[in-house]
Every structure is written in structure tokens, then in C-alpha cells.
Design a protein around this ligand. Structure first.
Ligand code: SF4
Length: 90
């Protein structure tokens, strides 16, 4: 996985985070650990207060987190045009 991640390039959008975590809904659904474990890019982590942090800049746009989260727990949009991940070949 490390080698594959090294073959990616990110155009960071400082003004728009494309992932927002609804902390209360995630807590109620008990899916914090699942979010942390499902993401291949380690976007999600647990903060000292127990909330889930989303470091959107590393997102590979694979959609896995969207598949496991109940409605209302996560707001996820593709990055704005020209931003986000770019997969390099060879
Ligand atoms: Fe992680 Fe994929 Fe969700 Fe991006 S879309 S945060 S890479 S699981």
C-alpha cells in the first residue's frame, strides 16, 4: 500500500474540505472505529476528545467510507475541479 500511495499526487484545496464528519451522528451510530479502519489512506483518526478527525487532503476518492456510513453521519463531495488526487502511472 505504501508503494501505491507513493504513486499519487494531491492538489490541495485549502479553501474547501470535501469531507465533514457529523460527530454526534457518528457517535450515536458507533461507527468511528469502522471509519478509521476502512480508509486505505488513513484519512480518519480519533482525536483526544474522542471525535473523529478527517484529514481530507489525503483522500483517494475511493468511496469506501461512503459505503459504510449511515445517512447523516458523513458529508462527502468530490473535491472541486482541479483539486484532489491524481494517480500517476509507471
Ligand atoms: Fe478514505 Fe476512500 Fe473515504 Fe477518501 S473516499 S476518505 S480514501 S475511504
Amino acid at each position: 500500500m505504501e508503494n501505491r500511495l507513493a504513486q499519487t499526487h494531491f492538489e490541495l484545496d485549502d479553501e474547501y474540505g470535501h469531507i465533514e464528519v457529523n460527530q454526534e451522528a457518528v457517535r450515536e451510530a458507533g461507527i468511528g472505529d469502522a471509519l478509521i479502519n476502512v480508509c486505505p489512506a488513513n484519512v480518519y483518526s480519533r482525536m483526544a476528545n474522542g471525535d473523529i478527525d478527517a484529514e481530507y487532503a489525503a483522500c483517494l476518492e475511493c468511496g469506501s467510507c461512503r459505503q459504510i456510513t449511515p445517512e447523516g453521519t458523513l458529508t462527502w463531495h468530490y473535491p472541486r475541479g482541479g483539486f484532489g488526487v491524481r494517480f500517476l502511472q509507471g
